[in-house]
Design a protein around this ligand. Structure first.
Ligand SMILES: C=C(O[C@@H]1C=C(C(=O)O)C=C[C@H]1O)C(=O)O
Length: 305
């Protein structure tokens, strides 16, 4: 018994050394590092993609937009959905992939300036800007200063953090904003997609799918496959939106019907009018000295047929 025991213990030891190599098989080489915004607004693309299975060699990183922006700029990601302003700030680093965005043509439902006082009275008051956002932070400044003519003081931070009590208003985006709408804790709320539309007559593009120039050069064929996958998944997501809302709604949590109404309003294309809208937004930012005039014209990637 004892001998057998030792023998089987030895066998186990030998197996435990061998097993990981035997089961791991060949190492998967990561060939594309892709960023996805970790809000439910990407579910209509991301859920169909996960259901099909993420393709071998593609690694997806989920994070809030501001984190993805930094990683893409640092070369820790190759491409992904990032704040459109990330492109505007470093246009020499990227190209924009055609026909993809996260945008809204009117109310967006998840980018709000929540306020304790009327928006027109925010002059000189403290406004907390979500540290998860880069685009909507600048959109807030355009809306307040250019459209409403008020100049508050700004502070960046987490919307649930220390400034929440002190500030007169706060900008929240994505899932945080959806939760604050559910809470109904503020007397005033300004939907920034809606306000932009009222003042410009245009949709607003919150995020683009930006790809690093070095990746475009190194992996043109794979880039084509990734782009096709995004478009296929978006089409599937559109046709299965109700199912997707059943998965996405509990993450807030919100009613499935409200989730459906919300996600129906989010658009994922980059049609001509949206490119015009991006140019208009960047135009405001160039005028304000927030970005360099080199951000225009937009550098779109074109796939060779
Ligand atoms: C519509 C939204 O757009 C988001 C807003 C972003 C920003 O402000 O930088 C970036 C990515 C988008 O996912 C949202 O999150 O609600």
């Amino acid at each position: 018994m004892r001998v057998n025991g030792v023998a089987s213990a030895e066998k186990k030891l030998a197996m435990s050394v061998l097993e990981p190599q035997e089961v791991a098989g060949p190492q998967i080489e990561i060939m594309a590092r892709i960023g996805m915004v970790n809000y439910i607004n990407t579910a209509p693309i991301y859920e169909p993609w996960k259901r099909r299975g993420i393709d071998f060699g593609w690694q997806v990183e989920e994070a809030p937009p501001a984190t993805l922006n930094k990683k893409l700029a640092a070369g820790e990601l190759d491409l992904g959905f990032v704040s459109c302003i990330e492109y505007g700030l470093h246009p020499w680093l990227y190209r924009i992939l055609p026909d993809l965005s996260i945008s809204a043509n009117g109310p967006v439902g998840s980018v709000f300036l929540f306020s304790k006082i009327p928006i027109k009275e925010l002059d000189g008051q403290l406004v907390l800007l979500s540290s998860q956002s880069d685009t909507s932070v600048l959109l807030t400044k355009v809306v307040l200063e250019e459209f409403f003519g008020v100049k508050p003081r700004y502070v960046k931070g987490e919307v649930a953090g220390e400034y929440r009590v002190e500030c007169a208003a706060l900008l929240a985006i994505g899932d945080d904003a959806l939760r604050l709408v559910e809470e109904g804790a503020f007397d005033y709320q300004l939907d920034l997609g809606e306000t932009w539309k009222e003042h410009t007559g245009l949709p607003f593009v919150f995020a683009v799918c930006a790809v690093r120039e070095d990746f475009c050069a190194a992996q043109p064929v794979m880039l084509g496959s990734i782009h096709r996958r995004f478009i296929e998944c978006r089409e599937e997501g559109r046709s299965r939106l109700k199912d997707i809302c059943m998965i996405a709604a509990p993450r807030i949590p919100m009613e499935v019907a409200d989730c459906f109404a919300y996600l129906k309003g989010i658009e994922y294309d980059l049609a001509d009018e949206k490119r015009v809208a991006l140019e208009r937004f960047f135009g405001y930012l160039i005028q304000r000295g927030e970005i360099d005039p080199g951000a225009l014209p937009l550098k779109m990637h074109s796939f060779v047929k």
